[in-house]
Ligand binder design. Structure first.
Ligand code: SAH
Length: 238
């Protein structure tokens, strides 16, 4: 397995997420591995409600689009205010906008981002944000796939989760993230747990033999075979 991946040396990571529907981020970032990483001080995640930065009594964050196209557009001012407030307080490695036309998110990108100290992730909603924010404030645009979500929150949660599980100490077994799919451009081999025989469905004999070298060889061969069968293009990239 790949042990060349650079691992963050020290210091916790800070992720600021800006959203006009912050409720959508609550459960994905408050349970399981991400919650434990927050509790251990490995990562701090701050969710900012864009509405708190909107002016007027209606706290509007969106408006009709110039040119008459259908759909509402997120306004410049509230986004500008929150980003300026954050960047005045500390230096950010990237100010990211989640967008279907951004760079496709993958494991190498997540590995790189897990070495960063502070990042901002801006979630769009409705038709997206005013282009001027993208032109003047955003430093990186990320897509999680070639399809369109209603908002950037689920995409931001996917990116955050992927990064956080790579931070040292987030997973109980440090080598576990290294043996996941896509590290080393290979898919994960099949995995099994007890019982060894469930109604005649048997775990492969070799995994029970106790010879660790033999087992490691078998797992490597399985990973290569699976990748060839299911995702051959991953092997071409190497
Ligand atoms: N009009 C836009 C889509 C807007 S969808 C377009 O055609 O490109 C509303 C918001 O959801 C976007 O602003 C973006 O923040 C988020 N979003 C939708 N699909 C996404 C994807 N595949 N990856 C990342 N973010 C996405």
């Amino acid at each position: 397995m790949d042990t060349k991946r650079q691992i963050r040396k020290k210091g916790s990571m800070r992720i600021d997420i800006i959203s006009c529907v912050p409720q959508l981020l609550e459960s994905p970032l408050n349970y399981s591995i991400v919650k434990r990483a927050k509790d251990k001080g490995i990562v701090s995640i701050f969710i900012h409600d864009l509405r708190d930065y909107a002016s007027g009594k209606h706290k509007k964050t969106d408006d009709y689009s110039y040119g008459g196209n259908a759909g509402m557009v997120m306004m410049v001012e509230p986004v500008y205010k929150i980003i300026k407030k954050l960047t005045r307080q500390r230096k950010y490695d990237e100010i990211i906008y989640m967008s279907p036309d951004g760079e496709l998110f993958d494991q190498p990108m997540a590995n790189k981002m897990s070495l960063m100290r502070n990042i901002i992730i801006l979630c769009g909603h409705y038709k997206g944000i005013d282009q001027r924010i993208r032109d003047h404030l955003i430093t990186k645009e990320i897509s999680i796939g070639n399809y369109v979500l209603s908002g950037g929150e689920i995409a931001a949660a996917a990116v955050t989760d992927t990064i956080v599980r790579l931070l040292p100490g987030a997973l109980s077994d440090e080598t576990s993230a290294l043996s996941d799919s896509f590290q080393n451009s290979l898919l994960s081999p099949p995995i099994y747990t007890r019982p060894a025989d469930f109604k005649g469905w048997k775990v492969p004999e070799i995994l029970l033999c106790g010879d660790h070298d033999k087992i490691a060889q078998w797992l490597d061969a399985q990973a290569i075979d699976r990748t060839k069968r299911l995702r051959p293009e991953l092997l071409d990239d190497k």
